[in-house]
Write a new protein. Sequence first.
Length: 69
Amino acid sequence: MKDEALRLCDCIIIYLTEEDFPDSAVEFIDSVEKKTISIRDWVEKNNHATENQIIALENMLEGVERWLK
């Protein structure tokens, strides 16, 4: 689960840094970035991820992808 969580974090961060989001997405993007970094730090520190963290990351990634459509 750790590797999956880190992969999801990387995907989210890449989207956030490489894509051009509309101004209306600024608050959402800021929130997702903070949560993603927080989860990534926790996973790296504890050397594992919880099922709820994976679910949260999947949901955030899905939300980010929706802004890009």
